[in-house]
Write a protein that binds this ligand. Sequence first.
Ligand SMILES: Nc1nc2c(ncn2[C@@H]2O[C@H](COP(=O)(O)OP(=O)(O)OP(=O)(O)O)[C@@H](O)[C@H]2O)c(=O)[nH]1
Ligand SMILES: [Mg+2]
Length: 436
Amino acid sequence: MKIYGPEAIRNVAFVGHGASGKTTLVDALAFVSGASRRHGSIKEGSTLTDTSPDEIERKHSISLSIGYAEWMNTKVNLLDAPGYLDFFGEVICGLSVADGAVVVLSAVSGVEVGTERCWETLDRLHLPRILFVSGMDKEHANFERVFNDVKQRLTPKVLPVEIPVGDGAQFRGIINLFTQTCQLFKPGSKAGEFEETPVPPEYQDAFSRYKDQMIEAVAATGTPVVVVVIGGSAVTMSRWLDRVGAVVMAWYPGEQGGHAVADVLFGAVNPAGRLPITFPLEEGQLPLVYNHKPTGRGDDYVDLSGHPLFPFGHGLSYTTFEYDSLRFDRDTIGPGDSVRVSFTVRNSGRRAGHEVAQLYVRDLLASVARPVQELKGFERVSLQPGESRRVSMMLTPRHLRMLDGSGRWVVEPGAFRVTVGASSRDLRLRGTLTVR
Ligand SMILES: Nc1nc2c(ncn2[C@@H]2O[C@H](COP(=O)(O)OP(=O)(O)OP(=O)(O)O)[C@@H](O)[C@H]2O)c(=O)[nH]1
Ligand SMILES: [Mg+2]
């Protein structure tokens, strides 16, 4: 073994009720880390830490014993405490030198009196802790029940880091909620042997539910929270959105994405991206698009709004913008004519920023049903605080045309409503253009 200085040594105590699996876990950790060559078992009396004749004979720990694991240039002393309350003095000895604790719970029995007793001592000593649910392969193992038990009887501030795949005889592996990977064990394999796979489809629901709980728990600490979403499409966020300060949609930002996100979070860059899709409140609203045909009725459901969570074209920045003075160079045009639409955008906030001004058109009367609005132009305008600029965009016959009942492109005479704003639902200016 390498020689470690005090800065690279950690003492971690393994505590919990009797026979919850502490000695077995310590043995497995030492084995997986390479510190021990033997994968011992309680049944054979061959574990690293239950070594006295009494412990081997009775198959439970009697005194505090130490194993160790070498992990990431740190020596982790594994202090295996007995679980039976008769030996609670040993637990206190272990905890008094520990930097933190692993509280081991049985997947079958969950929180027991012994667990509560350890927890109270950990509270008193202000020790950080993680919980480990052992015996997921046993009959009647139930992770969800143990998790809820912990929330009710020990602390509401608990978050799963890993969740099991299957239980009892069907227990097959674990899913890590942070790395978003799944480790599947082969039947009969040793500790530390697994195959790494993506999260199985049947676990996606549980996976997202626990991830949402993770965001809620972090937000509940009171520290301002920004959620950075890495994803290729809309995600639902109604369960936690009102509890966090901001959301940054980073899409799949590539290998320099971390720097870009950091610049946005720390304010070095004022973001100006706009959504090219609609984010729904719930999946039940899908398909949800900004340019649908008129429905002839309200958009709401009996039990849900018909409005999106974030509309097409939405995006915020660290400043604000005002719009005014919409003008057309002509109000009435012929079917083959173009018109110049202009308006003023002003940076009304205190930071320099970029606005993406958007122009939408609706054909108010047509021979076939036309969308309630369609994006026909946009322009990115960079403005210093207080600065304003005239923005102008051309509307040409291409922007006003449609396919008629017989499949021909036509610009039909009549009125067109022209709206300008910061998103498809944040429209600040409107005017009407007439085609003769
Ligand atoms: N099937 C199964 N059995 C386990 C698991 N972990 C522990 N066991 C068994 O459960 C029994 C108790 O395990 P121990 O590791 O001795 O538990 P402990 O918490 O150290 O017990 P005490 O020191 O007596 O408090 C032993 O028979 C183990 O073989 C597990 O994950 N699955
Ligand atoms: Mg033990």
